[in-house]
Design a protein around this ligand. Structure first.
Ligand SMILES: Cc1cc2nc3c(=O)[nH]c(=O)nc-3n(C[C@H](O)[C@H](O)[C@H](O)COP(=O)(O)O)c2cc1C
Length: 381
């Protein structure tokens, strides 16, 4: 009898069993020595939980507010390229599963399914999560303007500009296996003139094309859609985003796929959230904070919210569910995470997201007294 699939790790094993070596290296791998990739996973485990008991849990719910709107659940599928390489259901299956599970969908600029197809599927579901599109900056502004118009017309609700990957990153595993996309899979909205992995290097021109803060302002001026910046790891960059009045930031190290040895997001989040809290308290503008990287359990999601995130993005596990079982696999992954999160919420004594406090987490050191940390955790300085 096959082993039952009861958690996200089981989905990962099932995916590895069906993917080619090249696809496995691309979907699961990280940059260089994969130190950040591994730390993203262990980072959440270094935070302990500090539950409160005998709380009134009646009327509990998981609703969250993002960009001024209320949504059923604080989880979105992260933008991930070439999903039809993982499974024929591709981005369409991913989007249907996300919407059916009341989670959001962020479609990658390197989607292998047309953006209009994905939008139609998501918007047809009444109790869905947000529908956002992720952009990699392109120096061809006419191309960008045209794409933004298509996104607005299709019903996308925000643009996520990825700012941490002006170049591809050193991917040893991927290079060893060779990235062999099947002939039928391509990035359908990617400009013809830009190579998917640009190997020219900085000196040959990439530095001139990498986006700057001025480009963010230009993008704001070309669209009525709210903009989020994905790949923020420094509190000063978070504050600069806030000053530009962007709608949100995603604290992310690209799932450990770009710059190796960056710290894990579980530890990057709190100082950024503290800086943003100051901005949000002092101005009428609210900057939303999301985080991704290494979320594999409902407890991880809970800790992210306690450390200051408004919502969380899930990357590889959604792809793994897709790879071995299509849309159903993704739905199962999201359902598992939702159930685990709801259990964590109740077991920590919280009826809803507003009840989750910084004091529900504590940094775990080798000889630490959990409760001594709640006020003076070194991670929260
Ligand atoms: C196979 C793969 C493709 C990705 N493609 C994109 C992309 O096109 N755009 C982007 O902003 N991030 C991309 N990412 C990064 C994810 O959006 C996200 O930041 C990361 O996967 C989160 O970490 P996790 O996989 O540990 O959950 C990709 C990640 C993976 C694993």
């Amino acid at each position: 009898m096959p082993t039952p699939i009861v958690n996200l790790q089981d989905h990962e094993r099932a995916a590895q069993a069906v993917l080619s070596a090249s696809a496995w290296a691309y979907f699961s791998g990280g940059a260089a020595d994969e130190i950040t990739l591994r730390r993203n996973l262990s980072g959440w485990q270094q935070w302990g939980l500090a539950p409160r008991v005998l709380q009134d849990l009646r009327g509990g719910h998981t609703r969250c507010t993002l960009l001024g709107k209320t949504w059923p659940f604080p989880l979105l599928v992260a933008p991930m390229a070439f999903q039809r390489w993982a499974h024929a259901d591709g981005e369409a299956g991913m989007a249907m599963a996300a919407a059916a599970q009341q989670c959001g969908m962020v479609l990658s600029h390197q989607t292998s399914t047309p953006l209009q197809t994905v939008a139609r599927l998501v918007l047809a579901e009444p109790d869905r999560g947000p529908l956002w599109f992720q952009l990699y900056w392109q120096s061809d502004k006419a191309y960008l303007q045209d794409l933004v118009q298509q996104l607005e017309a299709a019903g996308y609700e925000a643009l996520v500009l990825t700012v941490d990957a002006p170049v591809h990153g050193v991917r040893d595993r991927e290079r060893r296996e060779g990235m062999q996309l099947p002939p039928a899979v391509r990035a359908v909205h990617w400009p013809q003139t830009t190579a998917f992995t640009d190997t020219r290097g900085l000196c040959a021109g990439l530095a001139n094309e990498a986006p700057t803060w001025a480009d963010v302002a230009w993008l704001q001026s070309t669209t009525r859609l709210p903009i989020l910046l994905k790949g923020i790891t420094h509190p000063q960059d978070a504050l600069q985003a806030a000053r530009l009045q962007v709608a949100g930031i995603i604290v992310s190290n690209h799932g450990g796929r770009t710059l190796d040895t960056l710290p894990d997001t579980a530890h990057l989040l709190a100082p950024i959230a503290a800086a943003v809290r100051g901005h949000n308290a002092a101005t009428p503008h609210t900057l939303n904070i999301l985080v991704d990287g290494g979320i594999r359990r409902g407890t991880d999601l809970f800790k992210a919210l306690a450390l200051g995130a408004d919502a969380v993005l899930l990357g590889r596990p959604a792809l793994f569910g897709l790879a071995h079982a299509g849309a159903q696999g993704v739905a199962h992954v999201l359902r598992l995470l939702r159930d685990e999160f709801e259990m964590t919420l109740a077991l920590c004594g919280c009826a809803n997201l507003q009840d989750i406090q910084l004091s529900h987490v504590a940094a775990l050191g080798q000889h630490d007294n959990v409760h001594a940390h709640v006020q003076g955790s070194p991670g929260l300085a």
